[in-house]
Design a protein around this ligand. Structure first.
Ligand code: AMP
Ligand code: MG
Length: 485
C-alpha cells in the first residue's frame, strides 16, 4: 500500500472533505481477497499491517483519507448534498493492466457528510456486499469489488446492538451521477468541467480530443449503464436503491444495500423494505436507468457545445438512442439465455417462457440453467420448474424448432453456450443470511467460504455444492432486505 495515488484528493477543495480517521477497538480480518490484492500489487504477507489499514486504524503513507462530495435524487427527490457519510477514500492504486482503481473503506466512521449517521456499518451488510459483489464479478457483471472485510470489535446501534464491520471496496471510479448533480445544483460550471475532464481522463481517454467531448462523455456513460442493466436483468438481480447517488459513471454496480437476486420469477419483484411504491422493482430498472441518465444529461447540458436549442436536440437524440439501446441489449441478453440469436421469433418465444415462468412461479436461475440438459434431450429438469407441464412441453417443442432453424456453425455447441450464460450458483438471499448468521453468532466462517467458492465459479457444476444451487425452503425464504445503514 505504499504506491497510493491521490488524483481525487488533488481536485479542488469542493470535491471532498478530509477525514479524521476513527480507530476501532479490536479489528479482526474476516476475509482478504488475495487475488484482487495481487492484481493491485498489494503485499499480503503482512496481514497484521493490512488489518491496520483496512480497519482505518492506520492510514497508509501518502493516503488521502477523504470523503467525496455528491448530491443525488433519492426515490425521485433531489437532495443537494449527500456525500460519503460512512466511507473514506484512501487513494488509488494501479492494477496489473495499468488501470487506476479507487480504494475506499466503508463503515470507517463519521465524516463531514454523516449528518445524523454514525458513519459505521454492521457486519451483516459488509458480508453481504462482499459475497454479492464478488459473485457479480464472477458473472462478468461490472461491479465494485471487495478487497477486505473486517469486524471492528465494536457495536453499532440500529434497532438492536449489532456487531460492527468495515468493507474495503475497489472501483474503476466512485464518481456518480450525483457527483455531477452536486456541482450542477450549485451552478458551478467550472468544477463541472473539472469533474468531466477528470472522468474522461480516468475512464474514457479516447474521447479527450473530441470537439464535443462532453456529449461523447454522456454517450459513453449511457452505453455503460445500458450494458449494466441488461446484465442485471439477465441474472434476475434487483438493485433496490437506484438513486442517482448510487448510479456510477463507470457503469459498475455500486452500493449493495437492499439488493437481491430473485428466486421465483416475478417481473414486479421488490425486496427493499424502503421501496414501498416499487419504484425500483425488477422490471422498472431499465426505465429508472434512463431516468437517472436524463438527470446526468441535465447536468452536462450547459457544457456541451452549441446554442441552447442545439444542445437540447443533441441530448434528446442521445436519450432516445439510449432508450432503444437498453431495450435491445436486454432482449439480446435474454434470448442468448435460451441459446438464440435476436429476432422477432426469438423474442416472442422468450416472452412465452417468461409468462409461463411467472404464472408457474418457476425459479429464474434454475429454469434457464435446465435448458442445458434440455438441449441434450433430457427434459425432466426443465419441466420440473413448471406446474403446467403440458404448456412447458409445448414451449420446448417451439424452442427446438427455432433452435434448428437458427442453427449456424457456431450454434453447434448449444449446451456449452447455455452453460456460459446461465449460472447455477447465485448468492441467494437465504444463503447470504445463513453466512451472516454463522459469522455473527458463532464466528463460524465455513459456510461463508463455501458460498464464496460456489458463486466465484457460477457456471461450473461443483461437487457437494447442490444445496447452494437450490431455492429456499418455505421457512428459509427471505422476503425483505434492508439498507446497509
Ligand atoms: P446509501 O443509501 O447507502 O447509498 O446512502 C445514502 C447516503 O446516506 C449517503 O450519503 C451515505 O453516506 C449516507 N449514510 C448511509 N449510512 C450512513 C451511516 N451509518 N452514517 C452516516 N451516513 C450514512
Ligand atoms: Mg450510496
Amino acid at each position: 500500500m505504499q504506491n497510493l495515488k491521490k488524483t481525487y484528493s488533488d481536485l479542488p477543495k469542493d470535491f471532498h472533505r478530509s477525514i479524521d480517521p476513527m480507530p476501532v477497538i479490536k479489528p479482526k480480518l474476516i476475509c482478504l481477497n488475495h487475488e484482487l490484492a495481487n492484481d493491485l500489487s498489494i503485499d499480503t504477507t503482512d496481514e497484521i499491517q493490512l488489518l491496520q489499514y483496512f480497519s482505518g486504524n492506520e492510514v497508509p503513507e501518502k493516503s488521502s483519507a477523504i470523503a467525496m462530495a455528491y448530491a443525488g435524487h433519492q426515490f425521485g427527490n433531489f437532495v443537494p448534498q449527500l456525500g460519503d457519510g460512512r466511507a473514506m477514500l484512501i487513494g488509488e492504486l494501479y492494477d496489473n493492466e495499468g488501470k487506476l482503481k479507487d480504494i475506499q473503506l466503508k463503515g470507517s466512521g463519521v465524516t463531514a457528510f454523516s449528518r445524523q449517521g454514525d458513519g459505521r456499518s454492521a457486519i451483516g451488510p459488509v458480508i453481504r456486499e462482499y459475497i454479492i459483489s464478488e459473485a457479480m464479478h464472477a458473472m462478468n457483471i461490472p461491479t465494485t469489488r471487495a478487497l477486505a472485510a473486517v469486524s471492528t470489535g465494536e457495536h453499532v446501534f440500529r434497532e438492536t446492538a449489532l456487531k460492527g464491520g468495515i468493507l474495503t471496496r475497489v472501483s474503476n471510479s466512485l464518481v456518480r451521477v450525483g457527483t455531477f448533480e452536486f456541482f450542477r445544483a450549485r451552478q458551478d460550471f467550472q468544477n463541472l468541467r473539472v469533474l468531466s475532464d477528470f472522468t474522461i481522463d480516468r475512464l474514457y481517454p479516447e474521447i479527450s480530443e473530441e470537439e464535443d467531448k462532453y456529449l461523447s462523455l454522456f454517450n459513453r456513460i449511457a452505453k455503460k449503464q445500458s450494458i449494466l442493466i441488461s446484465k442485471w436483468m439477465g441474472v434476475g438481480f434487483i438493485h433496490g436503491v437506484m438513486n442517482t447517488d448510487n448510479c456510477s459513471i463507470s457503469g459498475e454496480t455500486i452500493d449493495y444495500g437492499p439488493c437481491a437476486f430473485m428466486d421465483e420469477y416475478d417481473p414486479n419483484a421488490v425486496f427493499s423494505s424502503i421501496d414501498r411504491q416499487g419504484r425500483y422493482r425488477f422490471n422498472n430498472q431499465p426505465k429508472i436507468a434512463l431516468w437517472n441518465l436524463s438527470c446526468l444529461a441535465g447536468c452536462l447540458m450547459p457544457i456541451i457545445q452549441g446554442e441552447q436549442e442545439e444542445r437540447e436536440e443533441k441530448i434528446q437524440a442521445s436519450l432516445e438512442e439510449t432508450a432503444k439501446d437498453i431495450d435491445l441489449l436486454i432482449n439480446e441478453e435474454m434470448v442468448r439465455k435460451i441459446g438464440l440469436e435476436h429476432s422477432d421469433e426469438s423474442e416472442t418465444l422468450l416472452q412465452d417462457l417468461l409468462k409461463n415462468m411467472h404464472e408457474d412461479g418457476s425459479d429464474f436461475t434454475l429454469t434457464f440453467r435446465s435448458l442445458i440438459a434440455a438441449s441434450e434431450k433430457k427434459y425432466e429438469g426443465f419441466l420440473s420448474n413448471f406446474k403446467q407441464a403440458g404448456r412447458a412441453k409445448e414451449w420446448l417443442k417451439d424452442w427446438e424448432r427455432i433452435i434448428n432453424n437458427q442453427k449456424t456453425k457456431d450454434q453447434n455447441n448449444l449446451a456449452e453456450k447455455l452453460r456460459l450464460i446461465n449460472p447455477i450458483y447465485i448468492p441467494r438471499n437465504h444463503l447470504i443470511e445463513k453466512a451472516i448468521k454463522d459469522i455473527e453468532n458463532n464466528e463460524d466462517d465455513t459456510f461463508f467460504y463455501q458460498l464464496l467458492e460456489a458463486t466465484s465459479k457460477p457456471y461450473l457444476d461443483q461437487k457437494n455444492m447442490d444445496l447452494l444451487s437450490l431455492p429456499p425452503e418455505e421457512e428459509e425464504r427471505v422476503t425483505q432486505t434492508f439498507c446497509g445503514t
